[in-house]
Design a binder for this molecule. Structure first.
Ligand SMILES: C[S@@+](CC[C@H](N)C(=O)[O-])C[C@H]1O[C@@H](n2cnc3c(N)ncnc32)[C@H](O)[C@@H]1O
Length: 224
């Protein structure tokens, strides 16, 4: 009997994490999904609602500006950013995710590439006017999150904006109670996407548009 795709997705993640390969499962999952043997639970077929809300409220003009979408998956968020006029780069660690993004958006103006947030290209350092991070840090085990957060913040250029969307959890919930993935972010963690010259300027915590029992952070930061 074929395995249920949802069950297969969780099994693929757990097997990889138990092998101490905390990022390998993304490629396994996207590859299995491309063959119809699993589902990618976060692949919404549209931009994230909280990113759409931010774009509608802020109306950013990306003319002559650059944007980077972190852990871009199959590209739906990157397309929204590119549509605002940004010269958009979108990256993911999974080659199959990037191949699927190319297939989903054949006429895209965004540049889709395979790269690792934990070892990004050096010329990305402080290079982008807008950095969008949705659900990538929370998809990494908690011991990897500080380095991932540091890497995200290092990508934001002078005068640039960082937008982070993540699942929220209470500050007093112990790390070892979380059976990730995902490993939702505490308020302290969301506040740590900062530096002396990178400031948290807006923080909202709201129920998920699709499941009101889950709370989501939407955080905006600005670099001097
Ligand atoms: C939970 S998914 C979220 C995808 C997308 N941001 C969204 O909201 O639909 C996490 C994504 O981050 C990618 N990813 C995980 N670790 C990564 C890393 N170290 N570097 C780049 N991408 C990574 C995964 O392949 C996956 O596409």
């Amino acid at each position: 009997m074929n395995e249920d795709p949802d069950v297969a997705s969780r099994r693929i993640a757990r097997e990889s994490i138990d092998r101490d390969d905390p990022t390998g499962w993304f490629e396994h999952l996207y590859a299995a999904a491309a063959e119809g043997a699993a589902v990618v639970p976060w692949d919404r077929g549209t931009a994230h609602q909280l990113l759409t809300d931010w774009v509608n409220e802020s109306k950013p003009d990306g003319t002559d500006k650059t944007a980077l979408v972190v852990g871009a998956g199959t590209g739906w968020d990157a397309e929204l950013v590119a549509d605002r006029g940004y010269d958009t780069t979108a990256f993911d660690i999974s080659p199959t995710a990037i191949a699927t993004a190319h297939r989903n958006h054949p006429d895209s103006r965004a540049h889709y590439i395979v790269a690792d947030l934990l070892a990004p290209p050096t010329d990305w350092h402080r290079a982008f006017d807008l950095v969008v991070e949705i659900y990538t840090v929370q998809a990494l085990p908690i011991h990897l999150q500080p380095n991932a957060i540091k890497q995200v913040t290092d990508l934001v250029g002078p005068g640039g904006t960082l937008l982070v969307i993540a699942a929220a959890r209470p500050d007093d919930q112990p790390d070892d109670e979380i059976q990730g993935p995902p490993w939702p972010l505490t308020r302290a963690t969301i506040r740590s996407f900062t530096a002396p010259d990178l400031h948290l300027i807006q923080l909202d915590r709201a129920p998920s548009p699709t499941d009101p029992t889950i709370l989501r952070w939407r955080a905006e930061y600005l670099r001097d």
